[in-house]
Design a protein around this ligand. Structure first.
Ligand code: 5GP
Length: 221
């Protein structure tokens, strides 16, 4: 087999050398974000979850270091003071933040990161790292479907459900702070669309840092 003399321009597993991107997935609860995020991480190579820190307690099944870094308010405040977060926010009375170190180094090395964060974090990341950020918002197909999804197993009181609906509606009001909006009517269809967004964004010229050298070689007579 003939050797490609220009193969040094190619990233070992992802074609041309490129800068990673920050793929933000936000939605009101009940729009299927957790399912879509899980499927993306399962099926997409070179996509890692940015694991946030939070002061809320773990839910059953959640693993420290995998779903979140579960930390105390003191630890959180110290990290804020030491500027260890890329962004942080109060969400429903608890603190949430994106640790800086891993993501910054990972992006430079060409890895993509998935962020499951709210609109406040999205705004902050966009202000700080606009060219690296892709903002995707998921919407439920209808108010009735949202209510159905938030009603759960039918064991919650009317007040609890009304509270969830009010929260969801306040989250929906931030839909216009995003680059892409996908209505999640059917989970597989929605997943397909979100994958297409990632695929297209990966091909943006500005992210393909290996292009200059590659194209130069193509233009040698
Ligand atoms: P939950 O407690 O249900 O896991 O998350 C509550 C909300 O906080 C969700 O909307 C989730 O996207 C958001 N969230 C999780 N991690 C972060 C983070 O690091 N920063 C921000 N700004 N929001 C986050």
């Amino acid at each position: 087999m003939e050797h490609d003399t220009h193969s040094h321009d190619l990233h070992p597993d992802a074609g041309l050398a490129r800068r990673g991107l920050m793929f933000i997935l936000s939605s009101p609860s009940g729009a299927g974000k957790t399912t879509i995020a899980r499927k993306m991480l399962q099926h997409e190579t070179n996509l890692r979850l940015s694991v946030s820190c939070t002061t809320r307690a773990p839910r059953p099944g959640e693993v420290d270091g995998k779903d979140y870094h579960f930390i105390s308010q003191d630890q959180f405040d110290r990290m804020v003071e030491n500027e260890e977060f890329l962004e942080w926010a109060h969400v429903f009375g608890k603190s949430y933040g994106t640790p800086k170190a891993e993501v910054k180094a990972g992006i430079r090395a060409g890895h993509d990161y998935l962020f499951d964060i709210d609109w406040q974090g999205t705004q902050q990341l966009h202000q700080k790292m606009e060219v690296d950020v892709v903002r995707v918002f998921l919407l439920p197909p209808s108010i009735d479907e949202l209510r159905r999804r938030l009603t759960g197993r039918g064991t919650d009181s009317a007040e609890v459900i009304a509270d969830r609906m009010a929260r969801a509606q306040s989250e929906i009001s931030h839909w216009d702070g995003y680059d892409y909006v996908v209505v999640n009517e059917d989970i597989d269809e929605c997943f397909g669309k979100v994958r297409q967004i990632l695929a297209a964004e990966r091909l943006r010229r500005a992210r393909q840092t290996g292009l200059i050298g590659f194209v130069r070689e193509l233009m040698v007579p």
